[in-house]
Write a protein that binds this ligand. Structure first.
Ligand code: AMP
Length: 479
């Protein structure tokens, strides 16, 4: 099976070749001919399956081959996505796949000024990728009219419903021309999604591809049972102990994200964060810096979990399990892409036993439990099956603890050595960084007892030696 055999035109084939895509993925092999033929599609496929090219390539071709040129304040293809990050990512895919074609693309989402989006819409765009709320805003202000829309794509439809966009979606459906092609992509097919699909799809081609990665043996997944209060220290310990260099770290709350990021920063990692409190440009910048490896660690809430395409990410660390089991799949779907091997580690406390059970039921496997010596959980995480026994690692000789300062005494830890001596890439924490933006780190004025790398002695805190690197809204480490 080749892309050429699917009926794609030369410019698209060249772009695919430039991206070094050798063969279509299963979802592409099924979706491309269906979309080219103008049919509706209902696809059970999640991120990592190549679904974006599955709809973008044939839609680009249809834009070139069918329909009149776009008029001002119009769009011909409308792609609805749940998050701003995904909007940017899908836009980038259209730009890459559509290189050399005379087409205009735009991503429109909230959290940034609407004016530049309105300006760009004046000329009309062939593809508008948008979050539902901002799309409706633009529509109500007459910045975009829908009479030229030939195709509607719902990307990650389940996520859009999870995020409460049902009303906005219905308003968009009602405003679109009845004569159109509709493509619906969703990782899961709940009753709500089926009901929505029944209302908007006509005789769809049904496509289902197995979730990528989750069951693939190339992702090494395990669980470390731990008491909730010890999670931050265990996290830092694991990072240092395993010499982890580049990881996407998930934490439940925004405060938790900032707390952990401050610890990593203090330990000398270049770190940035993504969560809902951050303005959109800062979130996109954080993602970009992580992708280009300007930062080592990206700490995020679930906002970042879905749809993000990060090449060659070796490691995902779940400091907290997601509430919704499906999000575990999305999280670890960031690793093990395109045949690469990956690691997904989850720190699980007793409170999270129900979430863990739901995840294991969803992925149909019991994750290996591996206790970390020195961090054994007092409150056991219940087992779900015989294969989930706890593996006890042999105890290592105790290392001296980093002494703690009296809280509030203004004392700070001396700078932590990097976890990997001589190995390059650690960036020093920003010296003398000034706190910017809102809030102060919950870690300030505290020492965290971050274990030193093996073979190094713990440095004693020196009063007044250095303030912990301050948090800044724009991220830490290298700037
Ligand atoms: P998606 O599921 O659309 O987010 O795509 C996941 C990743 O797979 C992206 O990094 C794509 O660039 C990549 N990809 C998509 N199609 C192919 C293909 N046919 N061969 C290799 N990589 C691909």
């Amino acid at each position: 099976m080749s892309f050429a055999s699917l009926g794609l035109i030369d410019p698209l084939l060249r772009n695919v070749q430039d991206l070094n895509y050798q063969t279509p993925t299963p979802v592409q092999a099924k979706a491309i001919p269906a979309v080219l033929s103008g049919k509706d599609v209902m696809a059970a496929a999640q991120t990592g399956t190549g679904k974006t090219a599955g709809f973008a390539l044939p839609l680009l071709q249809r834009l070139v081959q069918h329909g009149p040129a776009v008029s001002s304040n119009r769009a011909r293809v409308l792609v609805l996505v749940p998050t701003r990050e995904l909007a940017e990512q899908v836009l980038q895919s259209f730009i890459e796949y559509g290189k050399g074609l005379d087409l205009r693309f735009l991503a429109a989402y909230g959290g940034v000024s609407i004016n530049p989006q309105m300006m760009k819409l004046r000329k009309g765009v062939d593809v508008l990728v948008a979050t539902p709320g901002r799309l409706l805003d633009l529509h109500r202000q007459n910045a975009v009219q829908f009479d030229q829309v030939q195709t509607l794509v719902l990307d990650e439809a389940d996520r859009m419903l999870d995020l409460g966009f049902a009303r906005e979606l219905n308003a968009v459906f009602a405003a679109l021309p009845a004569e159109r092609q509709t493509l619906l992509f969703s990782a899961t097919f709940t009753d709500d999604i089926r009901a929505m699909a029944a209302g908007i799809l006509r005789g769809p081609v049904n496509i289902s591809v197995s979730p990528p990665n989750v069951t693939a043996s190339r992702i090494k997944q395990w669980v470390v049972p731990v008491d909730k209060k010890n999670k931050p220290d265990l996290f830092m310990h694991l990072v240092a102990e395993n010499k982890w260099q580049h990881a996407l770290v998930f934490v439940k709350t925004r405060n938790g994200v900032e707390y952990l990021a401050a610890m990593l920063d203090e330990a000398g990692y270049a770190v940035d964060t993504i969560h809902g409190d951050k303005p959109q440009p800062a979130r996109l910048r954080a993602l970009e810096r992580f992708k280009t490896r300007e930062v080592d660690m990206l700490v995020a809430t679930d906002v970042a979990a879905r749809g993000l395409d990060i090449d060659d990410l070796p490691l995902v660390i779940n400091v907290d399990l997601p509430i919704v089991a499906q999000d575990y799949v999305h999280r670890i779907g960031r690793t093990g892409r395109a045949g690469a091997s990956g690691v997904a580690v989850s720190l699980v406390c007793a409170d999270e036993a129900p979430q863990l059970a739901a995840i294991e039921a969803l992925i149909r496997q019991t994750l290996r439990r591996e206790e970390e010596p020195g961090f054994e959980a007092e409150h056991r995480v219940p087992q779900t099956s015989a294969t989930g026994e706890i593996i006890k690692k042999p105890k290592k000789p105790k290392k001296p603890k980093v002494p703690q300062a009296a809280p509030g005494a203004g004392q700070v830890l001396s700078k932590k050595s990097r976890p990997q001596s001589g190995e390059n890439k650690r960036k020093p924490a920003a010296q003398g960084a000034v706190a910017a933006g809102k809030g102060t780190s919950s870690s300030r004025g505290h020492s965290f007892g971050v274990p030193k790398p093996r073979g190094e002695s713990a440095s004693k805190p020196v009063a007044g030696s250095r303030k912990p690197a301050a948090r800044s809204a724009g991220g830490r480490g290298k700037r």
